[in-house]
Design a protein around this ligand. Structure first.
Ligand code: UGA
Length: 428
């Protein structure tokens, strides 16, 4: 049973991390992708995904001959005992997840997979998809198993190799055991269930996290009005083991390629099922408002009008440790600032200066030049090490808006700057 021959279809951050990590566990892994140029780069151990530890695992897997990359799906999957589907499920009409790519791959796989193979769905798919794919495969000798991923961008390798839990769901208990066995050695609790429940776990977790963040961001607004300190409040809440300390940091709103898409898909599922998920809808709406609140703070800091005013932006990626700009709250804040006529100059350590629509500079100090205000939108650690005296000299204004409460206000105050965080009064 161990190791197994595994195929991974799709080499995005989930597929590539899954393939490289499964190979590091000892499995014989072949990854398939339609992008020939990407496959060629991966064969040479080159990846454009910024994931700590991934390049080393890739090199190790290639050197050991346990990791291969192919374009041909039939060749990659034909001999595999398990075929992992790590394919995009983008936001489709009315927020529903678009299953077009998953279905067309499964359609092709049905002809080529060997008897007894399991199709393991890692992609985030609506509840009921495994049943739909089972019907599409239409083979009694092939099982479809839901095995959602819980990988965060930027810590995907660590999340894969040290998971909080592994969720495996199928209507065939034998198929569940075969997939659970692939992870033997990770020592994580395994939740064994039916396919629909496994599919729901993924949405339930991501949407809960999204609601937690909207709660914290709104709490921040209330703390500002009532004179409480959000940092102390979240510390006091987070020590309650029923709440937990994670996902309590405020920010310009939650974003990225997963949380917003999954919240939209969950709302769509609820609508179709005739369930009023007002709680989640409110969290999505609050998230939209938070971006506007950041802009309002910047506007107030520069005297109430943004037209023709230069604003420096530090951070564009949706979170630190990634160059991903998909559904990034920072991009939305920049867009809103631009709509009001502000001249935005931005810097992000992982984003190249030729980003269309924004003036991006490759030096964090350049964003301060003649800026009326600076706003920090991504929690890159290097922003903490900025020489604020140099920033203060270059700025025409005084305020640094820090929605994530990422900076230490002390050095800013020493440089004569005013720090404006979330859920607390201005300092400096
Ligand atoms: C998220 C989930 O955390 C993963 O478990 C899941 O597997 C993944 O989606 C997915 O569905 O594939 P990810 O999108 O990489 O992972 O990003 P997170 O680290 O969850 O951050 C999401 C957003 O919340 C970011 O905008 C981040 O800045 C924000 N955030 C997070 C906060 O504002 N405060 C926090 O305390 C934590």
């Amino acid at each position: 049973m161990f190791p197994q021959r595994i195929a991974v279809v799709g080499t995005g951050y989930v597929g590539l991390t899954t393939g490289a990590c499964l190979a590091s566990l000892g499995h014989d892994v072949t990854c398939a992708d339609v992008d020939e140029a990407k496959v060629e780069r991966l064969r040479h151990g080159r990846t454009d995904i910024l994931e700590p530890g991934l390049a080393d695992l890739l090199a190790g897997g290639l050197a050991a001959g346990r990791l291969r990359f192919l374009v041909d799906l039939a060749e990659a999957a034909g001999e595999a005992e398990a075929v992992f589907l790590c394919l995009p499920t983008p936001r489709g009409p009315a927020g529903a997840a678009d299953l077009g790519v998953v279905e067309s791959v499964v359609h092709e796989l049905r002809r080529v997979v060997r008897p007894g193979a399991v199709l393991v769905c890692k992609s985030t798919v609506p509840v009921g998809t495994a049943a739909r794919l089972t019907a599409l495969v239409a083979r009694d000798d092939v099982a479809v198993v839901s095995n959602p991923e819980f990988l965060r961008e930027g810590t995907a390798v660590a999340d894969f190799l040290g998971p909080d839990r592994i969720v495996v769901g199928a209507d065939d208990p034998d198929a569940v055991e075969r997939v659970a066995a692939l992870y033997a050695g990770l020592g994580a609790p395994v939740v064994r269930t039916d396919a629909r429940s496994a599919e729901m776990v993924k949405y339930a977790a991501n949407c809960f996290l999204a609601m937690k963040l909207s709660y914290v961001n709104t709490l921040g607004e209330l703390c500002e009005r009532l004179g409480a300190d959000l940092g102390a409040v979240t510390e006091g809440m987070g020590l309650d083991r029923r709440i937990g300390p994670g996902f309590l940091r405020p920010g310009p709103g939650w974003g990225g390629s997963c949380l917003p898409k999954d919240a939209a898909a969950m709302l769509r599922m609820a609508t179709v099922a005739d369930v009023d998920f007002g709680l989640l809808r409110a969290a999505v709406e609050a998230n939209q408002r938070h971006r506007g609140r950041v802009v309002a703070k910047v506007r107030a800091a520069v005297g109430g009008r943004l037209a023709g005013v230069r604003i420096g932006v530090l951070g564009l990626a949706f979170k630190a440790g990634t160059s991903d700009l998909r559904d990034s709250p920072a991009i939305e804040v920049v867009r809103l600032l631009g709509l009001e006529g502000a001249e935005v100059v931005a810097h992000d350590p992982a984003v190249s200066p030729d980003l269309p629509g924004v003036v991006v500079v490759d030096d964090p100090y350049l964003v301060a030049k003649q800026a009326e205000a600076v706003v920090v939108l991504t929690e890159w650690p290097q922003f903490r090490a900025i020489d604020w005296a140099l920033v203060a000299q270059a700025m025409t204004g005084r305020t640094v808006v820090d929605p994530r409460n990422h900076l230490d206000p002390e050095p800013l105050a020493r440089a004569g700057l005013v720090w404006l965080g979330t859920g607390c009064g201005a300092r400096g």
